[in-house]
Design a protein around this ligand. Structure first.
Ligand code: ADP
Ligand code: MG
Length: 242
């Protein structure tokens, strides 16, 4: 049997010297790291530290300099199926759509089974006929993730997925991520504020403050010095209170 190390030897994402400028502002400067297939990688950092920009560069949504390779190919030619749940997905909850209709909208040709399966993945089976407006914040988040799963992505990007969810919902969310990784081998890149959750669930952590401040296993990477570089001297590492 192939050892786990060999199976994981080919990076699915390679970022080298990534720099992103918006006019005179440098949002990301010389960022380099790689992600192995099947890993859960958390990106942490203060507001405005370039987390969303990093994900958007990997998705080829913002111009950048440096190199980003997805499975060895440039992002514009990447063949990998990618799912993306953007930060702050606000819409009018009185919109007259059921969960099933919302999932089906971008995929009118797919069979109902695909949508039911995606809902099952996020523990929302049976919600097909509910109106979007009746969902709680956590349930809506799950439906948004289900929508990104319909196309069976091998790479999934989640931008602050639990910011609108209570702590119970947050735990459930991380269990969904673990399930996707275990059962489907999905590589998950998630932007998170919950350093305590990241400790439990992420294989690797990327700390950003426009530069790369740390990269590696959470327990080895999040040192006092790193936290100071990210959040200043007053930051104390303590579980999130909701
Ligand atoms: P984070 O997600 O870590 O909060 P962002 O990646 O959204 O940070 O933003 C990093 C910096 O880049 C911020 O100063 C932000 O104002 C700037 N920025 C992000 N997107 C754009 C854009 N499309 N145009 C101009 N400036 C932007
Ligand atoms: Mg952001």
């Amino acid at each position: 049997m192939e050892s786990k190390k060999q199976q994981m030897s080919k990076p699915i994402i390679e970022v080298d010297g990534l720099t992103v400028r918006f006019g005179n502002e440098i949002a990301l400067s010389g960022v380099s790291f790689s992600v192995e297939s099947g890993e859960v990688v958390a990106i942490v950092g203060p507001n405005g530290s370039g987390k969303t920009t990093l994900v958007r560069a990997i998705l080829n949504l913002v111009p950048f300099s440096g190199t980003i390779l997805i499975n060895g190919k440039r992002v514009s030619e990447a063949l990998e199926r990618m799912g993306y749940v953007p930060q702050r997905f606000h819409f009018d909850l009185t919109v007259p759509l059921t969960v099933q209709e919302f999932l089906k909208l971008p995929f009118p040709h797919l069979s109902e089974r695909r949508f039911s399966r995606a809902l099952l993945e996020v523990d929302m089976k049976g919600a097909e006929d509910r109106m979007l407006g009746t969902l709680s914040g956590g349930e809506l988040q799950r439906v948004l993730i289900a929508r990104s799963l319909v196309s069976n992505p091998t790479l999934l990007f989640l931008d602050e997925p639990t910011s609108a969810v209570d702590l119970v919902g947050t735990k459930g969310f991380y269990e969904i991520v673990s399930h996707l990784r275990k059962v489907h081998g999905t590589t998950v890149i998630l932007i998170s504020h919950e350093i305590h959750m990241v400790y439990q669930f992420a294989d690797r952590i990327i700390c950003l403050n426009r530069n790369l401040i740390c990269y590696g296993k959470p327990e080895e990477s999040i040192t006092k010095e790193v936290l100071e570089k990210l959040y200043g001297k007053d930051m104390r590492f303590q579980p999130h209170k909701h």
